[in-house]
Design a protein around this ligand. Structure first.
Ligand SMILES: Nc1ncnc2c1ncn2[C@@H]1O[C@H](COP(=O)(O)OP(=O)(O)O)[C@@H](O)[C@H]1O
Ligand SMILES: [Mg+2]
Length: 370
């Protein structure tokens, strides 16, 4: 009895596994095709970004260009490699020779670094994973943790290693693993940076996921690192002073300055594209409220509309919300808490008791925020 039972389940198990394998192959073939046919220009990509990310005009240009070129180049190289490797995708991916230009994003907290990376990856249609580097500095021991990133990437790619190997990894708070003069931090910071270097360099890695051992190369993964790098401005300006340069420090930022900050030169050498994001102005914050597709205000407005309520904030009210958010010093993150404080009571009270227009003006905002 038991034997027969096992036999049947074994066979159906096999059938399920075959089906999954087939699905994965189809998914892979389609993803590869999409990369090969990647045809978004930098301007296309930036135009799409503009619907979400407000301000940061210069930064968005640099990033859209870097990402569009990366995938265009990868697509071309992949097409060639497939032809040279009998259409074997994993072999082709391993044998690709396409130079890569990883991106370093610098800018104050809440100005859109993480948001840009995530949104642009989605717009480009590739797998994206976000890794918080502060988690790594605490652990210290590195080899193992670098592999964790790869596992996260495979999950982000829906379990598909091919997609994972063409994805984007965002290394958040990279400045937090800088080594400092303080002796105890020196060791761990440097260790984590060395581990990252190995990963960013694109060496072959084997990761174990469940029972499966997967060969993964990060050769074609695009890395974006981001951090606030507090006081970097001062370091750049000091150097500019010593060397007799004048002008906007953002135009003069060099790998040397990041090294002076405490980053490993070798690692920084792997991030040739440098982007400096600006602190968001009151104007930007106001525009985020009214124009970003992910605006918390627009979300609330549409929620209320479903209850028959037309929420409207006057220009004064928007300005006041933006000013208060700016005072919090957390960039656009402040908008969420401010808007929430202004509207919380009404969001509770209005549905069911009011329909039609509901206008919020500057005085009302001031009254609510105290
Ligand atoms: N320039 C921006 N345009 C639109 N929304 C933004 C912008 N910057 C930040 N945000 C909003 O604030 C949130 C936090 O920003 P985030 O990108 O995480 O900041 P950080 O620069 O610290 O990584 C985002 O999820 C997004 O909703
Ligand atoms: Mg961030």
């Amino acid at each position: 009895m038991t034997h027969t039972h096992d036999g049947i389940s074994g066979r159906s198990q096999q059938r399920i596994e075959d089906k999954i394998e087939l699905l994965r192959e189809e998914q892979t073939a389609q993803a590869v095709q999409e990369i090969i046919e990647f045809d978004k220009t930098p301007a296309d990509l930036k135009a799409a970004m503009d619907g979400f990310i407000i301000g940061q005009e210069r930064g968005k240009k640099v990033i859209s260009t870097a990402i569009a070129f990366h995938y265009k180049r990868l697509g071309g190289a992949l097409k060639e490699a497939l032809a040279e490797n009998n259409d074997d995708i994993s072999l082709a991916l391993r044998n690709i020779r396409a130079p890569r230009a990883n991106i370093m994003m610098i800018g104050p907290s809440g100005c859109g670094k993480t948001y840009t990376s995530e949104t642009t990856s989605r717009l480009a249609g590739v797998a994206f994973v976000h890794e918080d580097m502060t988690r790594f500095s605490e652990v210290g021991y590195v080899g193992q943790d670098a592999t964790d990133i790869l596992i996260d990437l495979v999950f982000a790619a829906g379990g598909n290693p091919t997609l994972a190997q063409m994805g984007i990894v965002y290394l958040d708070e990279i400045d937090k693993i800088a080594s400092e003069i303080v002796a105890y931090k020196d060791v761990s910071g440097r260790g984590v940076q060395k581990g990252l270097l190995h990963l960013v360099d694109g060496t072959d890695n084997t990761v174990q996921i469940g029972k499966e051992r997967i060969q993964l190369s990060t050769k074609n993964v695009l890395f974006i690192a981001g951090g606030a790098f507090e006081n970097l401005e001062g370091l750049v300006k000091q150097r500019m002073g010593r060397q007799g340069y004048q002008g906007n420090w953002k135009d003069y930022l060099l790998t040397d300055d990041l090294v002076a900050f405490g980053m490993e030169r070798q690692l920084m050498g792997r991030f040739p594209v440098k982007v400096v994001y600006d602190r968001l102005t009151t104007r930007d914050l106001k525009d985020i409220l009214t124009r970003s597709a992910d605006s918390v205000l627009l979300a609330y407005t549409s929620d209320l509309k479903a209850w028959g309520i037309d929420l409207e904030l006057t220009d004064d009210a928007l300005g006041e919300v933006a000013r208060r958010a700016e005072q919090e010093g957390t960039g656009a993150r402040g908008l969420i808490s401010v808007i929430h404080r202004v509207l919380l009571e009404d969001m509770y009270r209005l549905p069911g008791s009011h329909t039609g227009k509901f206008v919020v003006d500057g005085d009302y905002v001031k009254e609510k925020l105290g």
